[in-house]
Design a protein around this ligand. Structure first.
Ligand code: HEC
Length: 111
């Protein structure tokens, strides 16, 4: 296959990604950028909780997850992020990702 064909195939598959896939992909990027620093071993970490648990932690624009970090000094480096508008706005993507690969999903994310 020529480079040209390959790249148009790639573009086409990007185009065909559904909104849900896009959200999961964005969520994974957030996870990589914001969570792995402290929660090493990403795929096992995601599989630590069930779908229902992740849903719960990320309801109300991620409030419970934020609160959990804001109350421990050990997570101090994450406070700025968890307090930010950006976190609240994008928490839906993070939730899509975490729920997609939860303990009871039977799926493992590729990093
Ligand atoms: C600065 C470090 C830091 C960052 C960044 C951070 N965390 Fe945490 N997180 C902690 C600490 C410390 C705790 C308290 C529990 C502990 O001692 O492990 C915690 C607890 C948790 C818990 C509950 C306990 C558990 O292990 O299930 C979850 C879930 C969690 N974090 C998810 C996340 C997610 C998702 C992100 C990214 C949006 C994130 N954390 C970013 C430090 C961090």
């Amino acid at each position: 296959m020529s480079i040209f064909k390959l790249s148009s195939f790639f573009l086409l598959s990007l185009f065909l990604l559904s909104d849900a896939d896009a959200a999961i992909y964005k969520g994974q990027n957030i996870f990589i950028k914001k969570c792995i620093v402290c929660h090493k071993n990403g795929e096992n970490f995601v599989a630590k909780h069930t779908k229902a648990e992740w849903e719960k932690l990320l309801r109300q624009d991620g409030k419970p997850l934020g609160a959990l970090h804001l109350k421990t000094k050990k997570a101090k480096k994450s406070w700025k992020y968890f307090k930010s508008q950006k976190y609240r706005k994008k928490s839906k993507h993070l939730r899509e990702f975490l729920v997609e690969y939860a303990k009871d999903s039977g799926k493992i994310p590729l990093f």
